[in-house]
Design a protein around this ligand. Structure first.
Ligand code: 3HC
Ligand code: NAI
Length: 688
C-alpha cells in the first residue's frame, strides 16, 4: 500500500498531502502519517511554511467512520491536531471539495485557511450521533464566535466558503482551480508578510447570545429524544466557560459517552446502509441497459411526481394521459413542481429552460423510450390493458415498469410478450421528494433490467432497495401489518390521537392515523377490500364509517382529524369508535404509551422478519432502509431491525407471545424471530 500522507517541498514551502481515497478519511495510517510529516516539517530547515492539502476530490471527509466501535489506536486525532497546531512555523490548510468533521477540525488546527470556491465546510458529527471530538467544539467558537459555532456544531449542516469567511472560519476564498495552487499562492504571500504560527487555541471565543440552559431547551424541542445535539452544545459552551485544555477534556468525555450510545450505533448503521443497500453483489458484473429517455403512463399524483424527478435529473420525459385535458393538467403540475425546484435552488434556471417534457394521449409516442413507468389507477384490469398497449408499441429491449403499490407484478408481466423486461419501480409520494425507491424483481425479470432500475435510482439520487413480489412488497406489506396492530389497540381502548402522539414521541415523523389522513382514507379502504379478511386482523368498522361519511382525510378537510388550523382531534370520531367497541361488546381498557409503542414495534419487527425470512427483502438492512427512507422511521433508531437488535430479539418474541394470548392468529412469531432468539444471532449479523 502506498503511504497515505506525502511530504515534498516547493522552494521554501512544504506541501503535505493526505492521499487516502475515496474521501481521505483520517484512519490510523493517515493520523500516523500526519504526525511524521509535521515532525519532518519541523526539522526541515529549508521549509519555512507548510501547506496541507487533500488529494482527489476533497480535502478530508472526517474521521474514518469504519473504525468506530473498534479498539482505538494511537496517535489519536486530537493529538495529531495538537501536533499540527504546535508547529513553530506557520501551517496553511488549503481546502477544496469538502472539509467535514475531523477534516474541518484538522483545518482548524492549522494556522491559516484558504478554501476553493464551492467547497463545503462543516461538522456533521451530530448526524452520526456524535459531537466533534477532536477539538472542533473548542476551536470553532474561538474563530467564529459562539453563536455561529453553536449553529454549525448542533445543526451539522456544512457552510459555503462565503459564509465560512463571514464567520472568520477561513481567511480567504480562492475563486476556483486547484487547492494546492491556492495554498502555495497564499503561503508565498504569508512568507512575504513575515507571518508566524497562529494557534487557534490562543484565541478567546466571543460569547453566546443565548445561555447554555436556553440552548439545551431549544435543542430538546428541535430534536426530541436525541442526545447528540444537546451534548454537542454542552461541549461547545466549554469554549467560553473553561480554559482550552479543560474544554478539550470535557469534549472528549462527552464524545466518549456518545460513542457508546445506541443512537450513535443506529445513525452510523443508517449512514452506511444508505450506500450499501443499492449495491447488490449479484449485479456487480451486470451492465445496465441504456437509459436516455423515459416514458410515463398516467399523470396523477405519482406520474407527475416521477416525471418531475426524472426531469430534475436531466432525463427527457414523455407522459401519456387518457385525455388532452388530463395531459394538460399533468403538464401544469410538473411545470409547477419544476418552478418550485428553481425557487428553492434545487434546479438552475438553465436546466429549467432545457427541461424536456412532452405530454400526449398517444402511446405511439413511447415507441423509442428506453424505459416506461406505468402509474395509472391501482386496478389489475386497467394495468393489464396498459401493458398490452405498451407491449404493442415499445421497441425491443425497452423496459416496462409498474409503480403499483400492491398488485402482483408477475401477473402484470404475464400480460406481455416480454416478461423478462418487466419490473416494479415503486416510488413514494411525493415522488420527486421521497428518497426511497423499491426495485421490485419479478420471477422472470432479467438481471440487466434490475441493474437498470438501480441505475435509474442512482441518477434520481434515490435510495434504491431490492424487493421481491408479494402483496405490498417490503414497505406496504409491513405497513399493513403494523397498521392492523394499531387498529387492534383502538378496538381495545386506545384513541387514534393517543397512538399518533405516542409514536411521534417515539420519533416517527407522523403517527399512523395522520399518515392515513394524508394518503386518503379511501386508499386504505380500497386495499382492505381487495385483501379481504385476514387471520386475526380486526376490521376497522370505524374506518368504513368515515369513508361513508366522505371523511377521506386531508383532501376533504376531515378524516381522523379535522383540518382547521392544523390537525384537530374530533369527538365525533371517538364517538363512532365507541359505538364500534360497544357493538363488539368490548369494554375499553387503558393502554399506556409504552404498550402502544411496544405492540406497534413488535408487529412491525415480526412482519419484517417474515419479509426477510421469505426472501422478499434479501437482508435486514433492506427493511431498515425502506422504513427509514419511505415511512418516516426515526433515523436515530436505525430502522426496525436495528431497533429489534438493540431491544433484544428475545424480548420482542416474549412480547409477541404475551399479545398472542388474546389474538393468537395475528400474533404468531415469525420463524426467523424464533430462530434468532434461540441461537442468539442478530439481524445485524445477517447483514454481514
Ligand atoms: N469514513 C469512512 N468511510 C467514509 C467516510 C468516512 N468519514 N466518508 C465516506 N466514506 C465512504 C463511503 O461509505 C463510501 O464508501 P463506498 O464507496 O464503499 O460506498 C465512500 O467513502 C464514498 O463516499 P460517498 O459515496 O458518500 O462520496 P461522496 O463524494 O458522495 O461524498 C462526503 C463525500 C461528502 C465526504 C460524504 O461521504 C460524507 O458526507 N461523508 C461523511 C462525512 C462525515 O460525517 N464526517 C464526520 C465523521 S465523524 C468525525 O469526523 C468525528 C471527529 O469529530 C472525531
Ligand atoms: P391518480 O389517480 O392520482 O393518477 C392516476 C392517473 O392515471 C390519472 O391521472 C388517470 O387519468 C391516469 N390514467 C388512468 N388510466 C390510464 C390509461 N389507460 N392511460 C393513461 N393514463 C391513465 O393515482 P396515483 O395516486 O398517482 O397512483 C398511481 C399508481 O401509483 C397506482 O398504482 C398506485 O397504487 C401507485 N402508488 C401510489 C402512491 C400514492 O401515494 N398515491 C404511492 C406509490 C404508488
Amino acid at each position: 500500500m502506498t503511504h497515505p500522507v506525502h511530504y515534498e517541498t516547493d522552494g521554501s514551502i512544504a506541501v503535505i498531502t493526505v492521499d487516502n481515497p475515496p474521501v481521505n478519511a483520517l484512519g490510523h495510517a493517515v493520523r500516523a502519517g500526519l504526525v511524521d510529516a509535521f515532525d519532518r516539517f519541523e526539522e526541515d530547515g529549508a521549509a519555512k511554511i507548510a501547506v496541507l492539502v487533500g488529494a482527489g476530490r476533497l480535502f478530508i471527509g472526517g474521521a474514518d467512520i469504519s473504525e468506530f466501535g473498534k479498539p482505538r489506536r494511537e496517535p489519536h486525532l486530537p493529538d495529531v491536531i495538537a501536533r499540527i497546531e504546535r508547529s513553530t512555523k506557520p501551517v496553511v490548510a488549503a481546502i477544496h471539495g469538502a472539509a467535514l468533521g475531523g477534516g474541518l477540525e484538522v483545518a482548524l488546527g492549522c494556522h491559516y485557511r484558504v478554501a476553493v470556491a464551492g467547497a463545503k465546510l462543516g461538522l456533521p458529527e451530530v448526524t452520526l450521533g456524535l459531537l466533534p471530538g477532536a477539538g472542533g467544539t473548542q476551536r470553532l467558537p474561538r474563530l467564529a464566535g459562539m453563536d455561529a459555532a453553536l449553529d454549525m456544531i448542533t445543526g451539522g449542516k456544512p457552510v459555503t466558503p462565503e459564509i465560512a469567511a463571514e464567520y472568520g472560519l477561513i481567511d480567504r476564498i480562492a475563486p476556483d482551480g486547484e487547492a494546492r495552487a491556492a495554498g502555495l499562492t497564499y503561503a508565498q504571500e504569508l512568507l512575504a508578510e513575515g507571518a508566524t504560527a497562529r494557534p487557534t487555541s490562543n484565541l478567546t471565543a466571543a460569547p453566546a447570545t443565548k445561555d447554555a440552559a436556553t440552548w439545551d431547551q431549544l435543542l430538546e424541542a428541535r430534536h426530541p429524544g436525541q442526545i447528540s445535539q444537546r451534548r454537542a452544545a454542552e461541549a461547545a459552551f466549554g469554549a467560553t466557560a473553561l480554559p482550552f485544555d479543560e474544554g478539550l477534556t470535557q469534549e472528549r468525555r462527552l464524545f466518549d459517552t456518545l460513542m457508546e450510545s445506541p443512537q450513535r450505533e443506529a445513525l452510523i448503521h443508517a449512514f452506511f446502509l444508505e450506500k450499501r443497500v443499492s449495491s447488490l453483489p449479484e449485479l456487480k458484473d451486470v451492465e445496465p441497459r441504456p437509459l436516455d429517455t423515459v416514458g410515463i403512463i398516467g399523470g396523477g399524483t405519482m406520474g407527475s411526481g416521477i416525471a418531475t424527478a426524472c426531469i430534475l435529473a436531466g432525463i427527457p420525459v414523455t407522459l401519456v394521459e387518457t385525455t388532452p385535458e388530463a395531459a394538460e393538467k399533468a403538464h401544469a403540475t410538473i411545470s409547477k413542481n419544476l418552478d418550485g425546484a428553481v425557487a428553492r435552488g434545487k434546479m438552475s434556471a438553465e436546466a429549467r429552460a432545457r427541461a424536456d417534457l412532452t405530454t400526449t394521449t398517444e402511446y405511439q409516442a413511447l415507441s423509442q423510450a428506453d424505459l416506461v413507468i406505468e402509474a395509472v389507477f391501482e386496478s389489475m384490469n386497467v394495468k393489464r390493458q396498459v401493458f398490452g398497449q405498451l407491449d404493442a408499441v415499445m421497441k425491443d429491449g425497452a423496459i416496462l415498469a409498474t409503480n403499483t403499490s400492491y398488485l402482483d407484478i408477475n401477473e402484470i408481466a404475464a400480460t406481455t410478450s416480454r416478461p423478462a423486461d418487466v419490473l416494479g419501480l415503486h416510488f413514494f409520494s411525493p415522488a420527486h421528494v421521497m428518497r426511497l425507491l423499491e426495485v421490485v424483481v419479478a420471477d422472470n425479470t432479467a438481471p440487466d433490467v434490475v441493474a437498470t432500475g438501480f441505475a435509474l435510482g442512482k441518477r434520481l439520487k434515490k435510495v434504491a432497495v431490492r424487493a421481491g413480489v408479494c402483496d405490498g412488497f417490503i414497505g406496504n406489506r409491513i405497513l399493513s401489518h403494523y397498521r392492523a396492530a394499531a387498529n387492534e389497540m383502538i378496538l381495545q381502548g386506545a384513541s387514534p390521537y393517543q397512538i399518533d402522539a405516542a409514536l411521534e414521541r417515539f420519533g416517527f415523523a407522523m403517527g399512523p392515523y395522520k399518515v392515513a389522513d394524508l394518503a386518503g382514507l379511501d386508499i386504505g379502504h380500497a386495499t382492505r377490500k381487495r385483501q379481504g379478511p385476514r387471520p386475526g386482523v380486526v376490521n376497522p368498522d370505524w374506518d368504513d364509517r368515515l369513508n361513508e361519511m366522505g371523511r377521506l382525510g386531508r383532501k376533504t378537510g376531515r378524516g381522523y382529524y379535522v383540518y382547521e388550523d392544523g390537525a384537530q382531534e374530533d369527538p365525533e370520531v371517538l364517538a363512532i369508535i365507541d359505538e364500534v367497541r360497544a357493538k363488539h361488546g368490548i369494554t375499553p381498557r387503558d393502554i399506556g404509551d409504552d404498550e402502544i409503542c411496544n405492540r406497534y414495534m413488535a408487529a412491525m419487527v415480526n412482519e419484517a422478519a417474515r419479509v426477510v425470512g421469505e426472501g422478499i427483502a434479501k437482508r435486514p438492512m433492506d427493511v431498515d432502509a425502506v422504513l427509514l427512507f419511505g415511512y418516516g422511521f426515526p433515523r436515530w433508531r436505525g430502522g426496525p431491525m436495528m431497533y429489534a437488535d438493540q431491544t433484544g430479539i428475545g424480548t420482542i418474541r416474549d412480547r409477541i407471545r404475551t399479545y398472542a394470548e388474546a389474538n393468537p392468529e395475528f400474533w404468531r412469531t415469525a420463524p426467523l424471530i424464533d430462530e434468532l432468539s434461540e441461537t442468539g444471532r442478530t439481524f445485524g449479523e445477517m447483514n454481514q
